[in-house]
Design a binder for this molecule. Structure first.
Ligand SMILES: Cc1ncc(COP(=O)(O)O)c(C=O)c1O
Length: 335
């Protein structure tokens, strides 16, 4: 018997219709984020760059799109017990904010090495912080226990169709704002952001290219693509604290089938791109959000003739939650 691929059977965690539904559900709660340009950066990149400023989204990152879609999708009975997640960063704060908006509790399991500013955001939005050890197992076990004790619904940061659909609303917005975009460059970690973006963008315009940008020190997605199977790493090492997670079983099939290439960037390139965002665009991004610009400026992108046709390149500036103390120290050590 002939086996059909996921693409033929359309077996993905989200699709254009779930993404359009997400947009209807969340549109009155989220910001329609602006797109910025810079002639100076265009000159450096040799093409038109369009910066989608998700760092101006509520909660300071795109994560509020997925989190609010997930929370608003719950029925009254499910919602009454609240929501729980394990996250070191932007998803945690976004979920706390979405839960606050719906008037339900949010239990956030946070590893004790999480960036201070991201934990402060969780607390500011009324989330209940439960500390755990940084290891993934400790996060999962603690979240399971909270779920059992409270009956709260687990909302995974990326391996969830509701989250992927929410993040995909970026493409709907972006391609309405600038239909001439031929390429979108997206930071990748667990893959929820790029899954939503690529599913929506390629349904609207199949010829659009979707490229992932990933730190060399957390290159599980690049290795997975190269080897054609899901690969995780024993450890990661990058200043981009939002990009240390690994693809999941819901996001990997989308990345495998819809992402055109993964461009890996060095730490120095991330820091340089981040400085350019501050100095030229005047936009405060966190390191994880600077990898897209780092990718388009990298030698591997500039010298690859495959990308010569990328003339109108959207770059997702995915978040702006930066711990300044840690950042200064890192800049000092790494540059
Ligand atoms: C600022 C920022 N950019 C990009 C990502 C990557 O998103 P995903 O895990 O959905 O790939 C994250 C994830 O936490 C993030 O916080």
């Amino acid at each position: 018997m002939e086996m059909k691929s996921d693409r033929e059977t359309n077996q993905y965690a989200a699709d254009l219709s779930s993404i359009k539904e997400a947009r209807e559900r969340i549109k009155s709660f989220i910001h329609n984020t602006p797109v910025f340009f810079s002639d100076s950066l265009d000159l450096m990149a040799g093409r038109r760059l369009l910066f989608k400023c998700e760092c101006f989204q509520k909660g300071g990152a795109f994560k509020f799109r997925g989190a609010s879609n997930a929370v608003l999708s719950l029925d009254e009975k499910q919602a009454s017990k609240g929501v729980v997640t394990h996250s070191s960063g932007n998803h945690a704060a976004a979920l706390a904010l979405a839960a606050k908006m719906r008037g339900i509790p949010a239990y956030i399991v946070v590893p004790n090495n999480a960036p201070k500013c991201k934990v402060q955001n969780v607390i500011r939005y009324g989330g209940q912080v439960i500390w755990c050890e940084p290891m993934f197992d400790s996060r999962r076990i603690t979240a399971d226990k909270v779920q059992q004790d409270t009956g709260a619904v687990l909302i995974h940061p990326y391996n969830d169709g509701r989250i992927i659909s929410g993040q995909g609303t970026i493409s709907l917005e972006l391609l309405e704002q600038f239909p001439e975009i031929d390429t979108i460059i997206v930071p990748i970690s667990g893959g929820g952001l790029i899954s939503g973006i690529s599913l929506a963008a390629k349904s609207i315009n199949p010829s659009i290219r979707v490229l992932a940008a990933e730190p060399v020190g957390a290159n599980d997605a690049a290795l997975s693509k190269e080897n054609g199977r899901l690969i995780t790493l024993p450890q990661t090492d990058t200043i981009a604290d939002g990009l240390r997670a690994f693809l999941g079983d819901q996001t990997w099939p989308v990345v495998r089938d819809f992402v055109d290439a993964i461009i890996t960037v060095e730490e120095k390139e991330i820091i340089h791109a981040m400085k350019l965002c501050y100095e030229i665009l005047k936009v405060a991004v966190e390191p994880s959000a600077a990898v897209g610009l780092a990718a388009v400026l990298s030698d591997s992108f500039q010298q690859n003739s495959l990308w010569n046709e990328c003339k109108h390149v959207a770059i997702i500036l995915s978040g702006g939650n930066v711990d300044l103390d840690v950042l200064w120290e890192a800049l000092y050590k790494k540059t």
